[in-house]
Design a protein around this ligand. Structure first.
Ligand SMILES: Cc1ncc(COP(=O)(O)O)c(C=O)c1O
Length: 384
């Protein structure tokens, strides 16, 4: 909505520079507005490379595939993890080359495998014999990584439920790949998204190292360990930021477990883009129900806050107003009662037209947003 904050109480409060900027941008562009910072995107990729110098990041574009985000990644010379032909086309359109792409969906339609091969994308993951059959037929000679099941304990999003072979079977899968004329390039895993448990990364690397040794003993050309995504970010101000601690230990473990000739790659999504975005919304309605304030916002669970459902994410809501707070409910704009964003939130009394914002919301937000009920998706604005 176009911004309309005319309340006297509000005018009396002094706004920080950040809040003044949000007001100005909301006035110019309307809300909901997703602000994505180019400098934070760049800082995240630089931070990843500094902390894990041996690891090549393949940005998992499923986290946020906005063309401007992809352009920023291309400018930073990242590589890409894509899950579909559509994602492959998006990274090609942004300027990526075939050798910078891993097709990291272990279950792919046969036609997609053929299209990938035609486009020169030869690195892909698999976790079943049926997938190997398809790859051998439609992308002969492809380089394949066997995805193994690893502990996802405590990760916010569990990713070993649906995917991965038992690590004990990994070498025999690589041998099968070899016999089918494919290049058994190595192993991949995912410790679960938003993984703050360091042990998940270490245990998975230890398992991968055993497979690497076994594969080498069997004279397979094992060359790549793909440590997946899962690198955590800070969603709330009061949390600590666990990335540097995890990366410091992981760095040492990678050197201890894998000899220099093994290439280590990763598929970070959330880490790259999560901290780069802020969602600015407006209050479009309010009511008192059962003695509680309800505030209706112009974005919700069917839109940019869909991560609450699909990403199991909790968000920290922030306000331009300060002062006395009351336990209140925040709801989205659609006609569905499911579209309730937060209950029992401490919220200062808001007026229609007030802004509400959420930081660190760049990953798995607009990526899974819909226009249910005809509600427009948040406008994306790139900012310095
Ligand atoms: C295969 C694969 N790679 C990478 C990612 C990115 O994970 P994250 O955003 O936790 O870094 C995902 C997330 O679902 C995934 O499924």
């Amino acid at each position: 909505m176009a911004q309309n904050v005319g309340c006297t109480a509000m005018a009396k409060q002094t706004l920080s520079a950040k809040h003044r900027r949000f007001k100005e941008l909301a006035r110019q562009h309307g809300t909901p507005l997703m602000l994505i910072s180019r400098s934070v995107l760049r800082a995240q990729i630089d931070r990843f490379r500094r902390a894990l110098p041996r690891v090549e990041p393949f940005y998992a574009i499923k986290a946020n595939s906005h063309p401007e985000v992809l352009k920023a990644m291309v400018a930073a010379q990242a590589s890409y993890d894509v899950a579909s032909v559509a994602e492959m086309d998006q990274v090609f359109a942004a300027g990526a080359k075939a050798e910078q792409i891993i097709f990291a969906n272990t279950v792919k339609p046969a036609e997609s495998i053929a299209i990938a091969a035609k486009k020169g994308v030869s690195l892909m993951t698999f976790d079943s014999e049926h997938e190997l059959d398809k790859i051998a037929e439609h992308a002969p000679g492809a380089r394949v990584l066997v995805r193994i099941k690893v502990p996802n304990v405590g990760s916010i999003v569990e990713l070993s439920l649906k995917f991965g072979v038992d690590p004990a079977d990994a070498t025999s899968f690589l041998i099968k790949a070899y016999k089918m004329g494919l290049q058994p390039a190595g192993v991949s895993f995912h410790v679960g998204s938003q993984c703050t448990r360091l042990e998940n990364f270490i245990e998975a690397c230890e398992i991968a190292a055993i497979i690497a040794r076994d594969a080498r003993l069997k004279q397979l050309p094992f060359e790549i360990v793909d440590i997946g995504g899962g690198f955590p970010i800070r969603h709330f101000d009061y949390e600590d930021d666990p990335f540097d601690r995890i990366a410091a230990l992981l760095r040492g473990e990678l050197d201890r477990l894998f000899d220099k000739h093994i290439r280590v790659i990763a598929e970070p999504g959330r880490f790259m883009v999560g901290p780069a975005a802020t969602l600015v919304m407006s209050v479009i309605g309010k009511a008192i129900r059962e003695n509680k304030h309800w505030y209706y916002l112009d974005d919700g669970v069917y839109g940019s806050l869909s991560g609450q459902v699909f990403d199991h994410c909790k968000y920290q809501f922030k306000y331009l107003r300060s002062g006395h707070t009351q336990l209140s409910t925040l709801a989205g704009p659609t006609c569905d009662s499911f579209d309730i964003i937060a209950r029992g939130e401490d919220v200062p009394e808001l007026q229609i037209g007030d802004l509400v914002y959420v930081e660190n919301i760049g990953a798995y937000s607009t990526a899974s947003a819909t226009t249910f009920n005809g509600m427009p998706m948040a406008k994306v604005l790139m900012v310095p």
